[in-house]
Design a protein around this ligand. Sequence first.
Ligand SMILES: NC(=O)c1ccc[n+]([C@@H]2O[C@H](COP(=O)([O-])OP(=O)(O)OC[C@H]3O[C@@H](n4cnc5c(N)ncnc54)[C@H](OP(=O)(O)O)[C@@H]3O)[C@@H](O)[C@H]2O)c1
Length: 236
Amino acid sequence: MKLKNKVIVITGASDGIGKQISLRLAREGTRLALVARDEKRLKEVSEKAKELGAIDTKTYSCDVRQTKELEKTAKSIISDFNGIDVLVNDAGIWQKIMTVEKIEKEVVDEVIETNLTALIHITRMFLPNLKSRKEAAIINVVSKSGVVAQEGQSVYTASKYGARGFTEVLKADLRGTNVRVAGVYQSGTNTKMFEKAGEENVPTEKFTNPADLADVVAYMLSLPEKIWLHDVRVEY
Ligand SMILES: NC(=O)c1ccc[n+]([C@@H]2O[C@H](COP(=O)([O-])OP(=O)(O)OC[C@H]3O[C@@H](n4cnc5c(N)ncnc54)[C@H](OP(=O)(O)O)[C@@H]3O)[C@@H](O)[C@H]2O)c1
């Protein structure tokens, strides 16, 4: 896809991987709809994206767990940009490592609702518009935890296996249409995700640099029409 002028929605754009994807795609002369809760950080990403070459950027402060709020946001984005070409589902949170009986109800709900339920709703809300475009794509930033079961990550892994299952069916449903779908299954990436969940002593220094992962996403999107990378496993 030729990225110049394309309208790209990125959830989780205020920090970590989503922020780096936003800045990387800005360099391609894209038009960006940046979604996350923290308005201040979104504005900073937006300013930087403009400096780097984004043709247009707009920020949408939204809690993706609030389905009504999300619905309003999706409608505003479609109206503000007159449609969208690419959806990057990145917003997500970590569940501090422990066995399932120790995980609080609120954490179970928050992880599943953010990493899985919201991803499904966002996709559902944008899909009719994506289908109306000449060429469109959905990239789901999932995790290695969507492919490999690792100790102590039951709820996070359930959300990510769910996201992979959803991505796979979406691919099957959209085969032969103008909307292409891919999942990114990356291992540890050097962001604040773990710290935010109260996880201590995570050896992030050996983790992938989020800017390098953003290069991978930009590469996936910028390949010629007849080449599509369905799944990308990235490990450090
Ligand atoms: N870091 C890793 O090692 C790693 C590895 C594999 C997969 N992943 C996945 O990659 C994605 C990005 O992770 P990251 O490491 O970049 O984490 P991060 O630095 O903590 O960034 C997470 C982003 O998601 C947004 N977000 C979280 N909850 C939200 C909500 N309820 N509503 C709207 N936005 C919300 C945050 O924005 P606000 O706080 O401003 O709302 C932030 O922009 C996640 O899906 C994560 O599971 C990460």
